[in-house]
Design a protein around this ligand. Sequence first.
Ligand code: PGA
Length: 239
Amino acid sequence: MNLISVTDEEELSRTAAEILFAKIKSADRLVFGLPTGNTPLGMYRYLSKYSNEYKQSYQHVYTVNLDEYAGSETYHNYMEKHFFQNIDIPSEHTHLPNGKADNLEDECVRYEGLISKLGGIDVQVLGIGENGHIGFNEPGTNFDARTHVVKLTPSTLQANAKYFTNEEQPTEAITMGIGTILESKEILLLAAGERKARAVMELLKGSLNEEIPATALTMHPNVTVLADQGARMLLDKES
Ligand code: PGA
């Protein structure tokens, strides 16, 4: 596992965007797996800016997001607002699980099929939860799991309550499974702030543990962790 150490969230955002932008410039076709949340906001801001500044088309990019709330379009709206509306990516190239599907189990199967049809994910970008979750794979999730419906934990609900000022916060979501995530060719995990320090230490120093979902990434051959000073706090203390 590679670790890229940066100072703060600003440098983390710029570095993550530079890594992805280099790929966008050089590839003929790319499939990105994308996260939502607070951490990637700056990365989307930079990617939007670079597209404009360097007159770089994103028409050859395809995206599949990690997750969406049941009965809601919260993350659809987030992606539109913070990224898709700022770039020239065709809307038919952008995908999220449909949280409003009549049958969520069928939707999970459809989403897995979609990822396969796209030829798999070239680069999966991940955040990390305070409890070590990746996507909405909460502690205890089987590492082989495919896209599935999850019951969110109180800590995740609390961390994301800010997205629900106008509607009731759903307690369930659809998430790509850890098995799905591990099939990505390359993984870039972003961690910012002291709240993530324990999860980052478990990821980099701990061993496989289903109670800390991110530790599944130690089984993947091409993972880069991009962490700011706060997120490295407990690592730096150890070394
Ligand atoms: P955050 O969420 O970026 O809002 O901290 C990360 C996550 O829960 O995966």
